[in-house]
Design a protein around this ligand. Sequence first.
Ligand SMILES: Nc1ncnc2c1ncn2[C@@H]1O[C@H](COP(=O)(O)OP(=O)(O)O)[C@@H](O)[C@H]1O
Ligand SMILES: [Mg+2]
Length: 306
Amino acid sequence: MSRVKADHQPMIYAVGGGKGGVGKSVIAANLGAALALLGRRVVLFDADLGGANLHTFLGMSSPALGIGTFLSGKVGRLDEVAVDTSVESLRLISGAGAGLETANLKYAQKSKILRHLRKLDADEVILDIGAGSSFNVLDFFLAADQGILVLVPEPTSVENAYHFLKSAFYRTMKDTEPKGQIRQILSRVRGELEARGIHSPRELVEQISREDLEAGMSLERSLKAFRPGVLINRVREPGDRRLGDDVSLACRDYFGTGVSALGSLDYDSLVHQSIVRRRPILELFPGTAFARGIMSLGERLLRGSG
Ligand SMILES: Nc1ncnc2c1ncn2[C@@H]1O[C@H](COP(=O)(O)OP(=O)(O)O)[C@@H](O)[C@H]1O
Ligand SMILES: [Mg+2]
């Protein structure tokens, strides 16, 4: 992950995971607080438009200004709808009241948001992208400089995470130029490989390179940028911690591309307490395991050694 950005553009992180209830929002809110405490100017964007609740994690009632205000054209810049939170240097763009689901965002609306996120007056931007693997959810994840895929040590979560990564991988392939040509080769070669019982994404790219070297090289180039990180949340036993490395190794084999392990966060009953009290855990219980884990994740991300 490179932290060298042109024109002082913010570094963009996206917190996703395919599955609901794994801790995406609590992690996004607290990572925002952690990066702000580490001296960065941070904006959180609640991109989970159907279930926007980041404001609640920060003790705010649904802000009057938010992404809906921006999309309606009442203001020209996203900075104008980024409201201050109780944490210094941490602002929030609320997704509440937008009146639509992320999956239903029109292409033009999504492109406008993505373009303007880069123009925010901030050092770090964190997107809480919500559950599911719809195209819009994937596009927010893929537009980030660093995707953070949250998993919990449960088979259903691991399954959803693989599904999410696979969908994101194919989305990246289909978006590679020359799009028309690549999509055509992709659908033909995919069918042939499936008929022969071979269908890992890595084998698919290898087969495309054999058939069309230029398309293969173009794909290799764009897939190099596909480097999400996996973060294991709600760790209860030492063995759970290894899941990140296991998933990252399995992905290297399956996708042929680097999925990095971003470490883990402990199961911590004070997380529930902090949510009920609507405050970042970093403010309420800074010494607790989850808070320390989030701070150390923030430090690692800032060093660019995710
Ligand atoms: N590390 C943790 N330890 C204990 N409980 C956690 C932890 N992370 C998340 N939770 C619990 O999981 C629930 C879901 O978290 P949330 O961030 O809303 O998930 P998501 O945004 O992925 O749907 C919360 O109610 C919270 O109490
Ligand atoms: Mg959430």
